[in-house]
Design a protein. Structure first.
Length: 88
């Protein structure tokens, strides 16, 4: 499912994303009936990032990776973490 969603948000244009969304809905609507209607109902909000150049869009949809690294660092740097006491 994640790969099919990626084809939507990584599409070159909003039109290509719409086609990928239609393919996604066709493939997954039987297993998840509400997912297609949810995408259609929220399309204008979900596709705002297509107003930006592709380099900016990539940063927008990869922010999760950055947040994951930050969370990992916070765990290591947390004074309550046993690794913290070993580092001092």
């Amino acid at each position: 499912m994640a790969a099919d969603l990626r084809s939507i948000y990584s599409a070159a244009t909003k039109t290509a994303a719409r086609l990928a969304s239609d393919d996604f809905e066709y493939k997954w609507s039987e297993s998840y009936p509400s997912i297609g209607s949810s995408w259609r109902n929220n399309w204008s909000r979900l596709t705002v990032f297509f107003d930006y150049p592709s380099a900016i869009r990539k940063v927008v949809y990869t922010t999760n990776a950055v947040e994951s690294v930050y969370a990992s660092l916070q765990k290591v740097l947390n004074p309550k973490n046993p690794l913290w006491t070993m580092r001092r």
